[in-house]
Write a protein that binds this ligand. Structure first.
Ligand SMILES: Cc1cc2nc3c(=O)[nH]c(=O)nc-3n(C[C@H](O)[C@H](O)[C@H](O)COP(=O)(O)OP(=O)(O)OC[C@H]3O[C@@H](n4cnc5c(N)ncnc54)[C@H](O)[C@@H]3O)c2cc1C
Length: 519
């Protein structure tokens, strides 16, 4: 059988991309090398991953957000800013007056009481506004269930080790034989086989440090502080779950990550970085990472594409990696499906690299900046002091929160209305429905608040990919109509009379030419 697409890797990015492609009608084979993807490293606080605004919005727009929230360890949104930890991994409910988590930069905490999104004029309060913490295991389960419901062919224990690319197909060689598809997407993580076999350039910087994350039992805390702690010798974290510790060791990234992390090794590093005489009784589980920062120079080579860690690796400081990968999947899915269906304009797939590469580049630079602040030297301490002063101000806090939350994510989609290129506000309609509900089926939306016949006509013959919706919004933000892509980003908008020619050009740019067989 020939599939439309093979996805290598069943991590969060591969699974989400598989859902996106299937939703748009493509046949998908997902190959995951592990027979059993579940591991204690993905569970509870050990596997906890922060989800930013765009990720929450992406799940919301596909009807998955309630499941993600229900499985989350903590969620922020609603009346009070900041995150209060609840649910999985929680030991006891923190009092309502307890400080809430609003993120950190290089271990310097952001004060949730200073967070203020009122300056973001396009945000409409609603279920999608916010972010949270969820374990990798819980998230992968939700996505795998959805992928199964949609009919993705998922094969566990299938490792791709090589492939050949022809003019119109790719032949993948795996531990279980050969599989053929029109496209191959490498979502196979930081050491991606797909990336290496295809020969993508992977530019960047070498590691300076090894980071550790562990669940331990303490014999003697000896004053080990809670939370994120920047010290003269680096950084360590302690909590929020009992026994959860993290630390960074500026060893040039030389620790052999295939070797065991011993109690003695961890204890001595923790003592050195924290400046305490902390004693460990046991190490339940431990893992390591580095700050190696590299990014593929393009995310596409012929019929081979990359997404997630396969396309960009960096340290986990600031919790951006999975978010960047989920954003890749949301951006790529509908475009690749459009090419597969044959209705995409020629250059639609090129916009994937053009839009997502700058986001990945920013993530690399954001994490590098934090390494520079954490470094155990007087210059870094001096920069940290300046940043601490800035973060102590309301504007400073909101600068960092804006970056970390991804609330201002923008693609360069051309000139015109200032909303173009931003995520669409989640308009609430007079009947109580919301824009997010309209995006569940993965089609774009031409939203018309003025019931204009010319806008309805612009969607003729495109119903399988673009939905025309005439409605009244409770707060239309001064807009009269807007074109929203399947990923929820605004391709065109106006607050006045729509120019039929401009609308048609924009519709055809993103959704192709009308199909005469569709009435
Ligand atoms: C300690 C730590 C904390 C982090 N915290 C955050 C956070 O708070 N927020 C955030 O956004 N990110 C965070 N990250 C980063 C995040 O975990 C990754 O960016 C994310 O898991 C990448 O997802 P992925 O699907 O691209 O790759 P992966 O999760 O690595 O999945 C790749 C999959 O491909 C499979 N695979 C590999 N090779 C092959 C092959 N040849 N054939 C078939 N299958 C293959 C693997 O088995 C794996 O299942 C953190 C990372 C670490 C280490």
């Amino acid at each position: 059988m020939q599939y439309d697409a093979i996805i290598a890797g069943g991590g969060p990015v591969g699974l989400f991309l598989a859902c996106e492609l299937r939703l748009a009608g493509s046949s998908v084979l997902l190959l995951e090398k592990n027979e059993d993807p579940s591991t204690p490293l993905k569970r509870g606080w050990m596997g906890a991953r922060g989800l930013n605004f765009p990720s929450a919005e992406a799940f919301y727009r596909r009807g998955l957000l309630n499941d993600v929230k229900a499985a989350s360890i903590g969620w922020m949104g609603g009346e009070r800013p900041g995150m209060q930890f609840t649910g999985e991994g929680k030991v006891s409910a923190p009092p309502a007056s307890a400080p809430r988590f609003a993120g950190h930069f290089a271990g310097i905490m952001l004060d949730a009481s200073k967070v203020d999104f009122s300056g973001h004029q396009w945000i409409i309060p609603g279920p999608s506004v916010g972010g949270g913490m969820v374990s990798l295991e819980a998230l992968e389960c939700i996505l795998a269930d959805r992928a199964k419901q949609l009919g993705v062919d998922m094969r566990l224990g299938h490792e791709i080790f090589d492939f050949t690319e022809g003019t119109d197909r790719v032949l993948a060689r795996t531990s279980h034989g050969e599989f053929e598809a029109r496209w191959l997407v490498g979502c196979d993580g930081g050491r991606s086989t797909v990336r290496k076999v295809a020969g993508f350039e992977f530019d960047g910087t070498d590691p300076e440090l090894t980071g550790y994350m562990a669940i331990v039992e303490f014999e003697d805390l000896d004053g080990l502080a809670s939370g994120f702690n920047l010290t003269p010798r680096g950084m360590y974290t302690h909590g929020p779950a009992p026994g959860r510790v993290g630390l960074v060791d500026f060893d040039g990234g030389h620790f052999d990550r295939s070797s065991e992390i011993t109690l003695e090794g961890l204890q001595s590093m923790l003592q050195r970085v924290s400046g305490t005489k902390v004693k460990l009784k046991s190490v339940e589980i431990a893992t390591s990472y580095t700050d190696r920062s590299r990014q593929a120079t393009t995310y596409r080579k012929g019929r081979i594409l990359l997404a997630g860690d396969a396309a960009h690796v960096h340290s986990p400081f600031g919790g951006q990696g999975m978010n960047a990968g989920l954003g890749d999947a949301m951006n790529l899915g509908w475009k690749l499906a459009a090419v597969i269906k044959g209705w995409a304009p020629d250059d639609l797939l090129d916009t994937y690299t053009a839009e997502r590469h700058p986001i990945g580049e920013w993530v690399l630079s954001w994490t590098r900046a934090q390494v520079a602040v954490i470094r155990p030297d007087p210059h870094a301490r001096a920069i940290a002091a300046v940043i601490r002063d800035l973060i102590a101000t309301k504007d400073g806090t909101n600068y960092f929160v804006e970056k970390i939350s991804g609330v201002s994510t923008h693609y360069n989609l051309g000139d015109g209305h200032p909303l173009i290129g931003y995520s669409a506000p989640d308009f609430e309609f007079e009947d109580g429905g919301r824009l997010g509900d309209l995006l569940h089926d993965g089609r774009g939306v031409l939203l018309d608040f003025r019931s204009s016949a010319s806008l309805a006509a612009a969607c003729a013959g495109l119903q399988n990919r673009l939905r025309y919706v005439s409605a009244r919004a409770k707060d239309d933000k001064g807009l009269s109509s807007l074109l929203i892509r399947p990923d929820g980003f605004v391709a065109w908008a106006t607050g006045g009379e729509a120019d039929g020619v401009v609308v048609e050009q924009s519709v055809h740019r993103w959704f192709g030419l009308p199909d005469r067989n569709i009435n």
